[in-house]
Design a protein around this ligand. Structure first.
Ligand SMILES: Cc1ncc(COP(=O)(O)O)c(C=O)c1O
Length: 419
C-alpha cells in the first residue's frame, strides 16, 4: 500500500495491483454486490484505534466512553463494547442503541445541552453511570426524579471554561458565546446547594472537536484546579470529553496520542481524582471508513470540470456543512495525465459537493468508482433523506470477509408514517 495515504488509512485501506482494497477485499467486488453509494468500514482498523487510545491513557484509572454521535451503527457499537469501551450518549435514541448493543449501563454517560424529562427518566430507570449536567433547571429535574425513584444519581457538572481552540467555528463548544455548559458562578452556586439525590462528583469539560493541540486541555485542567480551590470542592471525577483530532489530508499532521495521553494523565493526577472519563468519537472511527460512489457524468467546461457522482450531501454532509476536506481517490489507480475537477453530488443545491479542485484521471468516465476517505465519523450519523434519497448501505470488512451491517433503505422507508 502507498506510503503517503497510509497517514489516513494505516495499513487497512489502499491500492494493491492498482485497485483499491479494504483489508483483503477489493472495493469493486463489494459494490458489485451491494451497489453504490456504499459505506465500507475496516473492522481491524477500528480495533487498532481503540487499542491505541486505551494504551495512551492506561497509567490512570479511566473510563473510556465512545461518543456514539460520531457513528451509531449498532454493529460498530458492538465492536466498541467488545473491546472494553463504555459509551457517551446524548439522546434516548443513542441510549437505546447502546443498550441494544449490550453495553453495561454502568459504563454509560449521558451528556447533552437539552435532555428532556423523559430522556432523563429513561436514563435513571436504566441505571446509567452518570449525567453530565448543563444547567440549573436540569439538576433540579434530576433531583426530583431521584426522589421519585428513591435513587442517588451521579452527576458531573459541565463547565464552560471559555477556552478558545483552533478548530471550525461550529465545533468549538467551550466559548462563552456557545450554548454549552455552566458558567463558573452558576456551577459554584449549584455545588453549595447540596442535593439529596443528585450527587455531584466532578466536572465535565468537553472543549470541542478536531483538536490537535494539547494546550487547550492543559489550560482547561488548570482552570478546573483553580476553580476547585476557590470553592473548596475537590472533584472525584474529571471528564475531559472528546475532541482528539485526526488527519483528513495526507499533508495533515497526526496527533501523537501516546504523548498526548501521557501528558494529560500527568496533569489529571495532580487533581487527585479517582476517575478520568474520556469521550473520544472521531479519533476512534474517523478514518476507519470510506464511501464508494460511482461516476454518473463528467461535465467538461472551459472554466471548470465537474465529476457528478451518485453520492451527495445527504449521504455525507461534512463538506457542505463545514466546508470540510475529504481525501478523494479513484478506485483504479492510473499513471496517466490528471485534471482538476469538482466532485459533486446529484442534489439540487450548489453546496452539494464532496471535493473541490480534486485531481482525477483526465480520462475519468461514467461508471468509474470514486473513493471518499475519512468517512467514519459524523458522516453516516449525519446522513439524511434530503431529495427523497434512500440512505446508503454500510458494509464491514474483517480480513477476507465482508458483512452488511446496515441495509440500503427501501423506497417505502421514505414515506413510512405518511400513508
Ligand atoms: C460532549 C461531547 N463529548 C464527546 C464528543 C466527541 O467528540 P470527538 O468526536 O471530536 O472526539 C462530542 C462531540 O461533539 C461532545 O459534544
Amino acid at each position: 500500500m502507498e506510503k503517503n495515504i497510509e497517514v489516513i488509512f494505516g495499513k487497512f485501506f489502499g491500492y494493491k495491483r492498482n485497485r483499491f482494497y479494504v483489508e483483503d477485499v477489493p472495493v469493486r467486488d463489494i459494490v458489485e454486490k451491494w451497489k453504490t453509494p456504499c459505506y465500507i468500514y475496516s473492522k481491524n482498523y477500528l480495533i487498532y484505534q481503540i487499542k491505541k487510545f486505551k494504551n495512551s491513557f492506561s497509567r490512570i484509572n479511566s473510563l473510556i466512553c465512545y461518543s456514539v454521535k460520531a457513528n451509531s451503527n449498532i454493529n460498530i457499537l458492538k465492536i466498541m463494547k467488545e473491546n472494553g469501551l463504555g459509551a457517551d450518549v446524548v439522546s434516548e435514541g443513542e441510549l437505546r442503541r447502546t443498550l441494544l448493543a449490550g453495553f453495561s449501563p454502568s459504563k454509560i454517560v449521558f451528556a447533552g445541552v437539552g435532555k428532556s424529562e423523559e430522556e432523563i427518566e429513561f436514563g435513571i430507570k436504566n441505571d446509567i453511570f452518570c449525567f453530565n449536567v448543563e444547567n440549573e433547571e436540569e439538576i433540579n429535574l434530576i433531583e426530583n426524579l431521584g426522589r421519585k425513584y428513591k435513587k442517588e444519581i451521579l452527576c458531573n457538572l459541565r463547565l464552560n471554561l471559555d477556552i478558545d481552540i483552533d478548530t471550525h467555528h461550529y465545533v468549538k463548544t467551550s466559548r462563552k458565546e456557545t450554548k454549552f455548559g455552566l458558567d463558573l458562578q452558576t456551577a459554584s452556586k449549584i455545588i453549595k446547594r447540596k442535593y439529596k439525590y443528585a450527587k455531584i462528583k466532578g466536572f465535565h469539560l468537553h472543549l470541542g472537536s478536531q483538536i490537535k493541540e494539547i494546550s487547550p486541555y492543559i489550560k482547561a485542567i488548570e482552570k478546573v484546579r483553580e476553580f476547585s480551590k476557590n470553592i473548596n470542592f475537590f472533584p472525584e471525577i474529571i471528564d475531559i470529553g472528546g475532541g482528539f483530532g485526526i488527519p483528513y489530508s495526507v499533508k495533515d499532521k497526526s496527533l501523537d496520542i501516546e504523548k498526548f495521553g501521557e501528558r494529560i494523565c500527568r496533569e489529571v493526577e495532580k487533581l487527585k481524582v479517582k476517575l478520568l472519563i474520556l469521550e473520544p468519537g472521531r479519533f476512534i472511527v474517523g478514518n476507519t471508513a470510506i464511501v464508494v460512489s460511482k461516476v454518473l457524468y463528467v461535465k467538461r467546461r472551459k472554466e471548470k470540470n465537474f465529476v457528478i457522482i451518485d453520492a451527495g450531501m445527504n449521504d455525507l454532509i461534512r463538506p457542505a456543512f463545514y466546508g470540510s476536506y475529504h481525501l478523494i481517490l479513484p478506485e483504479k489507480k492510473s499513471k496517466g495525465k490528471e485534471m482538476k475537477a469538482d466532485i459533486v453530488g446529484p442534489i439540487c443545491e450548489s453546496g452539494d459537493f464532496l471535493g473541490k479542485d480534486v485531481k482525477v484521471p483526465v480520462d475519468i468516465k461514467r461508471g468509474d468508482l470514486i473513493i471518499i476517505g475519512n468517512a467514519g465519523a459524523y458522516c453516516f450519523s449525519m446522513s439524511s433523506n434530503y431529495n427523497s434519497r434512500r440512505r446508503p448501505c454500510e458494509i464491514l470488512v474483517d480480513g477476507k470477509k465482508e458483512i452488511e451491517i446496515r441495509k440500503r433503505e427501501e423506497f417505502e422507508d421514505l414515506w413510512k408514517g405518511e400513508i
